[in-house]
Design a protein. Structure first.
Length: 215
């Protein structure tokens, strides 16, 4: 998804200056690129939030227009206020033609698994895949069709269509599988087993750290 945003260039200011700008409805941000000086900018908060929400679940390229110049970027990092949950600061990375980037691609499961009709549950173990590729080869997301999966079936990295994409995850890494629902008794038993294991580990650690008595 390509998103166009108008921005204003700003001077590097004190924290109090940035807080004032936030109070006026702006988000301080920076555009940086390899070997280039960062460009400090201001985004209109309401406009950015509206466009950002539309991009959730997909990889997005931000075309940021500053003083008549357009920067093709990806959102690299964002700071969120712990209480207000609004954007405090955003980092954009400028893309360079012909240079590969490393980026997280969201994974989207499609269809209803055959195993669900038998009481199975679709268990998504990995919700995004980190890949390296050229910007032109970045997909919006990676779609996985789970409709043919029965209980006990799974889909691994090797099963994905990763044309022109490189990932460091082993091919046998499970992305999604179909499991059976736990009964209440099984759930309680698993909790008890975990508690017992923790108690045993604590006892072993105490024995190992206990200093020998001097003779």
């Amino acid at each position: 998804m390509n998103i166009s945003i108008d921005a204003k260039e700003r001077e590097i200011g004190k924290r109090s200056d940035l807080n004032k700008l936030r109070g006026e409805g702006y988000i301080p941000a920076v555009i940086y690129g390899e070997g280039k000086k960062g460009v400090n900018i201001l985004l209109e908060e309401l406009d950015f939030k509206r466009k950002y929400k539309k991009s959730i679940g997909e990889v997005s390229f931000y075309e940021i227009i500053v003083g008549g110049k357009t920067y093709t970027t990806i959102l690299k990092d964002k700071q969120i206020h712990p209480v207000k949950r609004n954007f405090v600061h955003i980092d954009f990375m400028q893309l360079k033609k012909g240079h590969k980037i490393t980026i997280d691609i969201p994974i989207q499961c499609m269809g209803e698994a055959a195993g669900e009709a038998e009481g199975g549950v679709v268990d998504v173990l990995i919700r995004s895949l980190k890949v390296t590729c050229l910007p032109k080869d970045v997909p919006d997301n990676i779609k996985i069709d789970v409709s043919a999966l029965n209980i006990g079936d799974s889909i691994c990295v090797a099963d994905l269509d990763l044309t022109n994409l490189e990932t460091e995850l082993p091919e046998d890494t499970t992305i999604v599988n179909i499991t059976t629902k736990m009964s209440e008794e099984e759930y309680e038993a698993s909790l008890q087993a975990s508690t017992d294991e923790e108690e045993v580990e604590e006892e072993v650690e105490e024995e190992e750290t206990e200093a020998p008595k001097a003779e």
